[in-house]
Write a protein of this length. Structure first.
Length: 85
């Protein structure tokens, strides 16, 4: 049940700013979400269209599902302390 990952420009820019170990851990977590549907995922309240977050340590990966295309659009990768502002 594999989903296609679509990285947006802001998400790629956020990933480039991370150290190698953190970026690798986030990549692994996102791939696990796409392949097996596993991860610490929660829907964000008051987000229109609906957005979700994946928790990976002290980082949050924000994304949207496109069920009709079986795609996960990765929007941003932020530190927890700046993610919900």
């Amino acid at each position: 049940m594999t989903w296609t990952l679509v990285w947006t420009r802001p998400a790629l820019r956020d990933m480039r700013k991370l150290d190698r170990a953190s970026a690798s851990r986030i990549r692994d977590a996102v791939i696990q979400l796409a392949d097996a549907g596993r991860g610490d995922v929660a829907r964000l309240t008051d987000a229109r269209p609906p957005e979700w977050r994946l928790r990976v340590g002290d980082r949050r990966v924000f994304f949207r599902f496109r069920g009709d295309l079986r795609e996960i659009h990765l929007l941003r990768v932020r530190r927890r302390d700046e993610a919900y502002r």
